[in-house]
Design a protein around this ligand. Structure first.
Ligand code: CAA
Length: 258
């Protein structure tokens, strides 16, 4: 598939989507978002893919929604097209585990897309921010919600109300990212994690992801109840039996992804 704003490749069960609009620091124009949605849906439907890795360039993961494309839109326009919905939200809905490998700027919609991934691995140069207030608007793709859940109220308020960026170490300390690595090692380490996930039983990884996500959307009692039922349900998978037999037999499991 030939794309204009992204590139894609696969490696050992991992799909890599690279945002590729360097002149605009990967600003998320409609064309880029449509291609991202399309690539995500097709990899999510591919039984050979066990993890999807999204990255940008060394200078920018993505500098946000395309401001120039938004400037002349009216309320009627954005309401009618339900702007920042549809393809923008595909990443939050795919069932395959996802990783955002972030170097440089992850701002506005860029930070929001990164936060839709299941985890963020950051380079030590990464900068996260929700600067929408500086251009007279507010985050529109989950920034006020996912950021607050990730880092807590005070830091989220600081970022959303001042528009100031936080660095990779602050992002790590506050729980926004899973890991920080030197820039030169970002892809190697992100791919190592992605390949490890892709090496698990795919249906088990999918339900594991689903259970973790439920934690953000329900009470502890309901969440634990959901987890227990899903845990019980894993006993219906061939791979659950294979995993435990392999442990007892001191060998590597051979998943059949069923
Ligand atoms: N939209 C459109 N174009 C953008 C862009 C954006 N979000 N971010 C950068 N660009 C373009 C610049 O206009 C510039 O293009 P030209 O060369 O044609 O002038 C090019 O990318 C390089 O950018 P700069 O020259 O500004 O690079 P810099 O290194 O001096 O600064 C930056 C980098 C701090 C990231 C700065 O570009 C910037 O502040 N960008 C905007 C960040 C922002 O406000 N993002 C939020 C967008 S709103 C949003 O995302 C809403 C939502 O919730 C979904």
């Amino acid at each position: 598939m030939a794309y204009e704003y992204i590139t894609t490749e696969t490696q050992d069960g991992v799909a890599i989507i690279t945002l590729n609009r360097p002149k605009a620091l990967n600003a998320l124009c409609a064309g880029l978002i449509a291609e991202l949605g399309q690539a995500l849906q097709s990899f999510d439907a591919d039984a050979g893919i066990g993890c999807i890795l999204i990255t940008g360039s060394e200078k920018a993961f993505a500098a946000g929604a395309d401001i120039k494309e938004m400037t002349d839109k009216t309320y009627q326009d954005v309401e009618a097209e339900d702007f920042i919905t549809g393809d923008w939200e595909v990443l939050s809905k795919v069932r395959t585990p996802t990783i955002a490998a972030v170097s440089g700027f992850a701002l506005g919609g860029g930070c929001e897309i990164a936060m839709m991934a299941d985890m963020i691995v950051a380079s030590d140069t990464a900068k996260f921010g929700q600067p929408e207030i500086t251009i007279g608007t507010i985050p529109g793709s989950g920034g006020t919600q996912r950021l607050t859940r990730a880092v807590g109220k005070s830091l989220a308020m600081y970022m959303c109300l001042t528009g100031e960026f936080i660095d990779a170490e602050t992002a790590l300390r506050s729980g926004l990212v899973a890991k920080v690595v030197p820039t030169a090692e970002l892809m190697e380490e992100s791919l190592r994690i992605a390949k490890k996930i892709a090496g698990m039983s795919r249906p088990v990884a999918r339900v594991c992801k689903e259970a973790v996500n439920v934690a953000l959307e329900t009470t502890l009692t309901e969440g634990v109840r959901f987890e227990r039922r899903v845990f019980h349900a894993t006993f219906a998978f061939d791979d659950r039996k294979e995993g435990m037999e392999a442990f007892a037999g001191k060998r590597k499991p051979e998943w059949n992804h069923r």
